[in-house]
Design a binder for this molecule. Structure first.
Ligand code: ADP
Ligand code: MG
Length: 314
């Protein structure tokens, strides 16, 4: 039986902070990213691809707000915007991956799955929303929106205005998990859990509904990778290795760490919240769940022996 890998791409694999976000840029980045996957495919892996959506859903939210202000179009809630972004990014990745496979005369089918992820409406994260999303507003406009619909706003630390904040609850159940696994084990390349998944919850026993929240894509990807018993879990970002004492004169890159060491480093504050810490936590989740290794690295290092930082059980 072929081995199964889950590969989580960071948002920068498709759109970097210094880019405007044109489709040409995103197609070019997607092509580069998809070419990196060849190493794994040539090594005989079945592949599930997951991805971030920060820059894309950011732009969708801005367009949404402008549509409301200029054309009085109804504003779409965040779960719908995440769904847009999954379809859009899935399409772009799928098309470029098809081009790469054709160029290398590889015959694999690809399928994008719009993925809902269940969260708990009593998750403590909802008591303290932290994830800023969408446009910056003046205090007056932010207050007005809060009165209208209860949205929570926080002042931007860099003084750019007031921005809506939403919670980042824990992912609990991945809705299409069985299909994702079956398709991938059957040899199709599956793109799923985009942006961490569309957050949903049960308002009543048989009534599923979207909710204003952002699920961490590294955690959701780790949940999937563990549940479908993947042989390897790769988290691809823009640094080749995880470091301790990051950005200090004592900075040191890590080749290997055990779950215990990784937990210690988290406690000692070596990994920034909101960037590296969730990746290391996601890796720990996968390794504890499966006993297998997780690797945090950058796309060019994917599948290269001893590349990146390996997290293992001991
Ligand atoms: P992604 O889009 O891939 O999720 P993030 O920006 O969220 O990317 O996370 C990757 C970033 O984490 C790196 O660019 C790096 O600046 C930052 N980072 C924070 N702490 C560390 C650390 N200890 N070692 C390496 N990178 C770190
Ligand atoms: Mg990130």
């Amino acid at each position: 039986m072929k081995k199964l890998a889950v590969v989580a791409f960071g948002g920068n694999a498709l759109l970097r902070g210094d880019q405007a976000g044109t489709i040409d840029e995103q197609e070019k980045n997607a092509l580069d990213t998809c070419e990196r996957l060849l190493t794994l495919i040539n090594r005989g892996y079945n592949v599930v691809l997951t991805h971030g959506n920060g820059p894309q859903v950011g732009n969708i939210l801005l367009a949404n707000a402008a549509g409301f202000q200029i054309h009085n179009l109804p504003e779409m809630p965040l779960d719908i915007c995440v769904a847009y972004s999954q379809g859009f990014i899935g399409y772009v990745l799928e098309q470029q991956l098809r081009n790469v496979l054709r160029t290398h005369e590889l015959d694999r089918d690809i399928i994008t799955i719009i993925t809902q992820v269940l969260v708990d409406k009593d998750d403590p994260a909802f008591q303290n929303p932290t994830k800023p999303i969408g446009p910056y507003y003046t205090k007056e406009v932010a207050d007005k929106i809060t009165i209208e619909n209860g949205s929570v706003f926080k002042e931007d630390p860099r003084g750019r205005g007031w921005r809506k904040v939403v919670a980042s609850p824990k992912p609990l159940v991945i809705s299409n998990q069985r299909s994702i696994e079956n398709l991938a084990r059957d040899g199709q390349i599956v793109i799923a859990v985009g942006g961490g998944g569309i957050p949903t919850f049960f308002v009543a026993e048989n009534k599923l509904q979207g909710i204003d929240a952002v699920i961490d894509k590294d955690l959701a990807s780790a949940l999937l990778a563990g549940n479908i018993n993947a042989d390897k879990f790769f988290i691809l970002t823009d640094v080749p290795k995880v470091c301790i004492n990051y950005n200090t004169p004592q900075e040191k890159s890590i080749d290997r760490m055990s779950v215990k060491q990784a937990k210690n480093y988290i406690e000692e504050g070596h990994f920034a919240e909101g960037s590296m810490a969730p990746k290391v936590r996601a890796a720990i989740h996968f390794v504890k769940h499966t006993g297998r290794d997780a690797i945090i690295t950058s796309a060019p290092v994917l599948g290269i022996d001893n590349g990146g930082t390996r997290i293992s059980i001991v």
